[in-house]
Design a protein around this ligand. Structure first.
Ligand code: TXA
Ligand code: MG
Length: 338
């Protein structure tokens, strides 16, 4: 993959961050919309640009684990173990916050989320900037995350002055989030790093997240959604429903995995990679592409119920949440229980 970002771009972007401006930048998971995490006014610009409620906390991105102490306190040994094993990389740790962390970053909670991304452009930017960069995914609130610089432009137009283009994000879905603010670590958001990998590194099982676990906006039921209703189902049902909806004069898009394309006139068909890495890498770009096709529904073939697909199934079910209601008034949805 090429990274068309020059040293000059990095120096300029870091200066913009220091001046309190927003900078969108690539990470290995998805693009982030960054601001100086120590500057409350700058952080507020993120919420305004995204249309995100201000009580939803942001992840602070730093160049290396040494900077943990600038943001967190009472860091437990297991958090260091996770940092050693998975940083830089697609893992976010939620820790007890240090008193210097602005409330705007934490949404007023007593914890802070921290990540050391591995993408070379993110690394270069964080090194040049020197401090922490608060950054949510670079999409408007509730929408599909951006995995290319062009997606960021689609979301924000010119309201974000600087978008660093580091190519298509490798992982393609947001980082795994682990709560390390309590006695035993627990998974708050599944991602490319699986619970099994975390447990292997920890040498102990993760705790089930309790009712008192920190809030994660990515765990809102409806999130990561295209405008077009998304319906998630098994492959044979995809074909059946595609036939039946087209017969009713509806325009249908399909994100298929193993199912072969049926001969249906006007059907918008996208074959997703069969492996989880490839699927995750392309997922959001595919959803955006199918969303642009102005269909009445996007039918998605459900990936298998296996550990390696956990994060992808999580994002798909959130993209689909709330959609079935819209279409369920149209027969034959009643009978199909979707
Ligand atoms: O891969 C990623 O994590 C990307 C890239 C840009 O790093 N970022 C990302 O940020 O996905 P965002 O804001 O879209 O999702 C971060 C999630 C949110 O659901 C937020 O609620 C949660 O992290 N979060 C942030 N701080 C937290 C905290 N102190 N406690 C619990 N959850 C927190
Ligand atoms: Mg997000």
């Amino acid at each position: 993959m090429t990274h068309p970002v020059s040293t000059t771009d990095i120096i300029r972007a870091a200066a913009q961050l220091k001046a309190g401006e927003l900078v969108a930048f690539p990470t290995e998971t998805v693009y982030g919309l960054g601001a100086d995490a120590s500057n409350t006014d700058a952080v507020r610009k993120i919420y305004a640009a995204k249309g995100r409620p201000s009580n939803h906390p942001l992840i602070v991105h730093v160049a290396d684990a040494v900077q943990l102490a600038n943001w967190a306190r009472d860091i437990p040994p297991f958090a260091h173990t996770l940092a050693k094993n998975f940083w830089p990389g697609p893992l976010t740790l939620v820790l007890k916050r240090n008193s210097k962390v602005p409330d705007a970053v934490t949404g007023g909670q007593d914890t802070v989320a921290i990540r050391v991304p591995s993408h070379p452009v993110a690394q270069a930017l964080l090194h040049e900037f020197g401090g922490g960069v608060a950054a949510p995914s670079a999409n408007r609130f509730g929408r599909v995350s951006a995995t290319t610089a062009a997606h960021v432009r689609e979301e924000f137009g010119d309201t974000v002055a600087c978008v660093l283009d580091g190519g298509a994000a490798d992982v393609g879905i947001e980082s795994t989030i682990v709560d390390c603010s309590r006695a035993t670590p627990s998974l708050l958001r599944p991602g490319w790093i699986t619970p099994q990998q975390l447990e292997a590194a920890l040498g102990a099982p993760l705790a089930a997240p309790g009712a008192d676990a920190p809030r994660v906006s990515g765990t809102l039921e409806k999130h990561y959604s295209p405008q077009t209703p998304v319906l998630l189902m098994e492959g044979d049902l995809v074909i059946e429903l595609a036939h039946s909806l087209t017969r009713q004069g509806k325009r249908v898009a399909v994100l298929a995995r193993t199912t072969l394309q049926p001969l249906i006139k006007g059907l918008v068909w996208k074959a997703a990679p069969v492996d989880p890495a490839g699927y995750g890498h392309e997922l959001y770009a595919s959803l955006r592409e199918l969303d642009r096709a102005s269909c009445d529904a996007i039918l998605v073939e459900q990936p298998p119920d296996e550990a390696v697909w956990l994060a992808i199934r999580d994002r798909l079910s959130r993209a689909a949440a709330g959609s079935s209601g819209n279409l369920s008034q149209t027969p034959p949805f009643f009978g199909l229980r979707i």
